[in-house]
Design a protein around this ligand. Structure first.
Ligand code: XMP
Length: 510
């Protein structure tokens, strides 16, 4: 059975993907579409509800993003958030103007609990505000259902027409009970059944791939990352040995990673090819210090090695890719997937013969990909693997790469990850790793002088990888990590912790 759909119309706000993830967390399937999606297309999609996101514009500005007001006559429930709420107010005949007092950040709000969105919630709670404009006059037929000291319409509704608005952002964690408010909209107003679940998705996706591919052959470049691993697991369930996974071990992976990938996939009924190309890559990188050159060499060599293996397999019908929903949304509508596909595989489609690309994860967010991976029986160490850059440890060994430096870094990085896991921080940090700097300094161990490398530890939290904040790890965790690394790994006598956010720094050091 087809899932119920909630349509999220994107007005360019910074929390748009977050709204979509929150809706999915409520077990309701949703899609993000640009606000320009024509009414006829909206009707065709037959959504049970529509959510307008926030956006950076003022609804009063000339040419501000808008929708056809006939959208409100479709009989589909609509929830406007922030800009979306103001737009709804304006299009329904209300007035929006510059707020005498602008609100940013945590704000206390009072709620009318007779609203379907707020019943059973506290009368007063904190909401996350971020607005310059405010609704100065309600449209006819609407009533205000929440207010703050400076904002008389913090929420509004016309329950008869099933139109609702919130000036604040229920999707961010700072808004108390925000999830429950969204849930109320979805379940009480839109009549959601909560039918979006990864177990049923897995069954359906497997059936769809089977139907599409028939007896055809699929080729997948398996990196060992979460997306390509889950993609492989799904395809293996669907078509078994018609799938060939090529895993190019560049020698730039973390400790044991190559073997872990091999172990997981050698148990599956797929054709698994591991290419041990470490010495090839090391040879190509000899004497190279510039980070961009390292990236380029690894990217190009990867393609070359992959192609050589693919040629041995011969003609394939499909090239599979682990593209996920954020990639699709970020590239915009239309041929988004194609743009990303080329980007992902660095030109492979031009050189490997195949008929079509298949992307079985293109509707899923990262947390859903992980849930699907578990559903398909992938081990936790693959499902919960943190993001890892394509060039791997090559951009975490500063300066020239040698086998010795890679080994030092691998051991140190392993200890850091081990200590993070022991401290129970493993799943609450976006990315954490060690960097072997190119700097040496003087130390003393035992009675002797040392002159060895400085190792940097980095841990960041991020929602989009465009910005990131360094993680305030407990001193005890840093201390244990530092003591262990210096004692257990040779050639490191000094450890520093990176306390810069992005910007101004980047997440990786190179
Ligand atoms: P930066 O260092 O740019 O990293 O703040 C942002 C995110 O991207 C990852 N990263 C890469 N991923 N190829 C990749 O596939 C690369 O060359 C690359 N460089 C950085 C990084 O690990 C972080 O998650």
């Amino acid at each position: 059975m087809k899932n119920q759909l909630v349509l999220i119309l994107d007005f360019g706000g910074q929390y748009n993907q977050l709204i979509a993830r929150r809706v999915r967390e409520c077990s309701v399937y949703c899609e993000v579409a640009p606000y320009t999606l024509p009414l006829s297309e909206i009707r065709k999609k037959n959504p049970i509800g529509i959510i307008f996101t926030g956006g950076p514009n003022s609804v009063a500005a000339a040419g501000a993003p808008s929708v056809d007001p006939a959208l409100f006559e479709l009989g589909i429930p609509v929830l406007g958030l922030c800009y979306g709420c103001q737009l709804m107010a304006k299009l329904c005949g209300g007035e929006v103007g510059a707020a005498p007092v602008k609100e940013f950040g945590k704000t206390s709000a009072l709620f009318d609990r007779s609203s379907a969105l707020f019943h059973a919630l506290p009368e007063e709670s904190t909401v996350w505000m971020s607005h310059n404009d405010f609704i100065s006059r309600l449209p006819e037929g609407f009533r205000s259902t929440a207010h703050t000291a400076n904002c008389p319409v913090a929420a509004m509704e016309n329950p008869g027409r099933r139109l609702y608005g919130m000036q604040y952002h229920p999707e961010v964690n700072h808004t108390e009970n925000g999830m429950q408010m969204l849930r109320n909209f979805l379940f009480e107003v839109c009549g959601a059944r909560g039918d979006w679940r990864m177990d049923s998705y897995a069954l359906r996706a497997v059936a769809e791939v089977r139907e599409k591919v028939g007896k055809g052959k699929i080729l997948l470049a398996l990196s060992g990352g979460v997306d390509s691993s889950v993609c492989a697991a799904l395809l293996s369930k669907a078509v078994g040995e018609q799938l060939t996974c090529i895993f190019v071990d560049t020698g730039m992976m973390r400790k044991d990673e190559g073997d872990e990938v091999e172990r997981a996939f050698s148990e599956m009924p797929v054709r698994f090819v591991r290419v041990n190309a470490a010495s090839h890559f090391l040879g190509k990188l000899k004497g190279i210090c510039d980070p961009e050159r390292k990236r380029k060499i690894i990217g190009e060599e990867f393609i070359r090695v992959f192609e050589a293996e693919a040629r041995k397999i011969g003609e394939v019908d499909y090239l599979a890719q682990g593209t996920i929903y954020p990639d699709v949304i970020e590239s915009g509508a239309g041929d988004a997937a194609t743009i990303k596909s080329h980007h992902n595989v660095g030109g492979l489609p031009d050189t490997v013969g195949f008929k079509e690309i298949i992307e079985p994860l293109r509707l899923l967010f990262k947390d859903e990909v992980r849930a699907l991976g578990s559903e398909l029986g992938l081990p936790d160490y693959l499902v919960w693997r943190q993001p890892f850059p394509g060039p791997g440890l090559a951009v975490r060994v500063i300066g020239e790469i040698t086998e010795e430096k890679l080994n030092i870094l691998r051991e140190a990085d392993f200890i850091f990850r081990d200590e993070i896991a022991t401290a129970g921080w493993e799943r609450s940090i976006g990315q954490y790793f060690a960097v072997l700097t190119d700097m040496r300094s003087v130390g003393v161990m035992g009675d002797g002088r040392t002159y060895d490398y400085t190792l940097a530890l980095r841990a960041v939290n991020t929602t989009d990888f465009m910005t990131a904040d360094w993680v305030r790890l407990p001193y005890e965790v840093l201390d244990r990590t530092s003591v262990r690394i210096v004692n257990e790994v040779g050639h490191i006598n000094r450890i520093v912790y990176d306390v810069t956010s992005k910007p101004p720094a980047t997440i990786e050091w190179e």
